[in-house]
Design a protein around this ligand. Structure first.
Ligand code: FE
Length: 226
């Protein structure tokens, strides 16, 4: 199976003036596309050739993991942005207030974590198995789903995400990025977890193959066991 670059859910100009179309063009059209192409080149003829992306992210190592995780992370990043204003659901707002005090306090903590991450990586809002919201930093391609945590939102702090618009001024980019957060996406991710706390982010497989059958059976067994 060959992976294809996701289709952006908006025009490349949709995030302006906060993120320029030129940045989107390079970030999505060159960097993100590059990870997809490299992944396809690496998995041909290997045990990962017909596996779902999340399976590869969870079990592969080395360059296969790096490129698969970067595909997953970038898909998540683009879905987490919107050029039109959105608002958190009541459920999400309640959890943010409970775990961070307020949306403004969460913003401060999240952007501080993003500004302070050394080198290249990602900052995430995740929900733990104990139903607690946490801010998580991951380096390079690393990603929460590798470690069993469920992502709700991510910010890409690789320099390729902002160098065209802001050179090396990461904090400037972060303030602009914050204005674009797609709270509906974050709220939907939370709702999926609340509707199905066991499967969490791992949605059921729809492909007709052995791995999906296995994943679906395991998820069904876990549901019926509780
Ligand atoms: Fe990136």
């Amino acid at each position: 199976m060959q992976f294809t670059l996701m289709t952006l859910p908006y025009e490349q100009t949709a995030l302006e003036p906060h993120i320029s179309a030129e940045t989107v063009s390079f970030h999505y059209g060159k960097h993100h596309a590059g990870y997809v192409n490299k992944l396809n080149g690496l998995i041909g003829g290997t045990e990962y050739e017909d596996k779902p992306l999340e399976y590869i992210v969870k079990y592969a190592g080395g360059a296969v993991f790096n490129n698969a995780a970067q595909v997953f992370n970038h898909d998540f990043y683009w879905y987490g942005l919107s050029g039109t204003p959105t608002a958190p659901s009541v459920e999400l707002s309640d959890l943010i207030e409970r775990d961070f005090g307020s949306l403004e306090a969460f913003k401060e903590l999240f952007l501080t974590a993003a500004a302070g991450l050394f080198g290249s990586g990602w900052v995430w809002l995740v929900i733990t198995k104990e139903n607690k919201l946490e801010i998580e930093q991951t380096s390079n391609a690393d990603t929460p789903i590798r470690h069993g945590r469920i992502p709700l939102l991510t910010c890409d702090v690789w320099e390729h995400a902002y160098y065209i618009d802001h050179r090396n001024a990461r904090p400037e980019y972060l303030e602009k990025w914050w204005k674009l957060v797609n709270w509906e996406f974050v709220s939907d991710n939370l709702a999926k977890v609340e509707n199905d706390p066991i499967a969490g982010y791992s949605q059921s497989c729809n492909d007709d193959n052995e791995v999906c059958d296995y994943v679906d059976t395991m998820q069904e067994n876990e549901r019926t066991a509780t």
